[in-house]
Design a protein around this ligand. Structure first.
Ligand SMILES: [Zn+2]
Length: 334
């Protein structure tokens, strides 16, 4: 074609290897990315991760290249079968150590009540999801008070509690605590403790009622009921959090599951109830009595005895499977 001209570009690309040297010095570390096969004397230029605490620490690197990584877990050997009594939720590689219940299935409930069995399932040192409390003045609220065994209307101190999973709860404190400062101390204390429960257990806890008095706690009504005198007794026994798990099960799990066909089938299939309290109140108490021990076996196996784990697994394997199938959000305990 007329006027067509061919343009020929000569592109000269030069490679400069910073560590390559004709003089024989350079990086002599084979594990380094700038290893220089021609170098016979190391000049301290080897690049890599120089942080000894990192998973990819390079023992012969002199110059850190920003590649350090931590948190690459080694496979953890242990029992990976959830139905074993020594199931280890942190194990990623089964080492053949699984043990299974040696007990015969019990014919009678092995326990009286489950909140008293082990104080270490959730403790005051465990992480809480509670992030903050905002005073919201006083307002008229209808609250249940076991001392009069009735609903009463009070000008309650109000606090909005927030949790790191986005859930929120209004804490209503009986005006018998007199000052907003004293009411806030109670609200913070119980928001912290409730924050140690899982997201799944807090999902329907919209309000918390706090009264004085030595009366049983309560769950349900999208609420947790607390009497501070009783709380001191639970705290002395280390079972405040265990009791709150029981009550929050009433609040958040009972509504959808106490009459669910899968749950009722599990009750039928298991040898017996876990406690006489559950047996005597199968619709009202069985979920709350059982769920705490599901958490113990599945997520806190290292904190309970082999004997207790054996008894739980031998007593309600079908309830365990039912709870697993719910796939509730277990933050922050897992
Ligand atoms: Zn209960």
């Amino acid at each position: 074609m007329k006027g067509t001209r061919a343009i020929i570009l000569f592109v000269v690309i030069s490679f400069h290897y910073s560590c390559t040297s004709d003089s024989g010095t350079g990086c002599t570390c084979v594990a380094s990315i700038n290893y220089d096969a021609n170098a016979d004397e190391d000049d301290g230029s080897c690049r890599g991760c120089t942080d000894e605490s990192s998973d990819n620490y390079n023992t012969c690197a002199s110059v850190d290249d920003g590649s350090c990584e931590t948190g690459i877990p080694d496979p953890i050997a242990g029992c990976t079968d959830p139905n074993a009594t020594n199931f280890d939720a942190t194990a990623s590689s089964d080492n053949g150590s699984c043990k299974y219940p040696e007990l015969e299935p019990p014919s009678e409930p092995p326990f009286f009540g489950t909140i008293f069995l082990d104080p270490d399932i959730i403790t005051a040192s465990d992480p809480t999801t509670f992030t903050g409390l905002t005073p919201a003045g006083q307002g008229s609220r209808v609250m249940f008070d076991r001392r009069v065994n009735d609903f009463i209307t009070l000008n309650a101190f109000l606090f909005d509690a927030t949790f790191d999973d986005g859930l929120t709860t209004e804490i209503q404190v009986n005006p018998e605590f007199e000052t907003v400062e004293d009411a806030q101390i109670e609200a913070e204390k119980y928001a912290n403790a409730i924050g140690r429960l899982t997201s799944g257990l807090r999902q329907r806890v919209k309000t918390v009622w706090i009264h004085k008095g030595v009366e049983a706690f309560g769950g349900g009504n999208d609420n947790i009921l607390i009497h501070t005198g009783q709380s001191l007794l639970y705290e002395a026994d280390g079972i405040l959090e265990e009791t709150l798990v029981h009550e929050a099960t009433h609040t958040s799990i009972d509504p959808d599951h106490k009459d669910a066909p899968g749950w009722l089938a599990a009750q039928q299939a298991d040898p017996t109830f876990i406690s006489t309290y559950a047996q005597d109140n199968p619709t009202r108490e069985d979920l709350a009595e059982s769920y705490l021990l599901f958490i113990a076996v599945r997520y806190r196996r290292d904190r309970i005895t082999d004997e207790l784990a054996n008894q739980i697994i031998a007593t309600f394997p079908n309830r365990m499977a039912y709870f697993s199938s719910l796939e509730l959000d277990m933050h922050p305990i897992e």
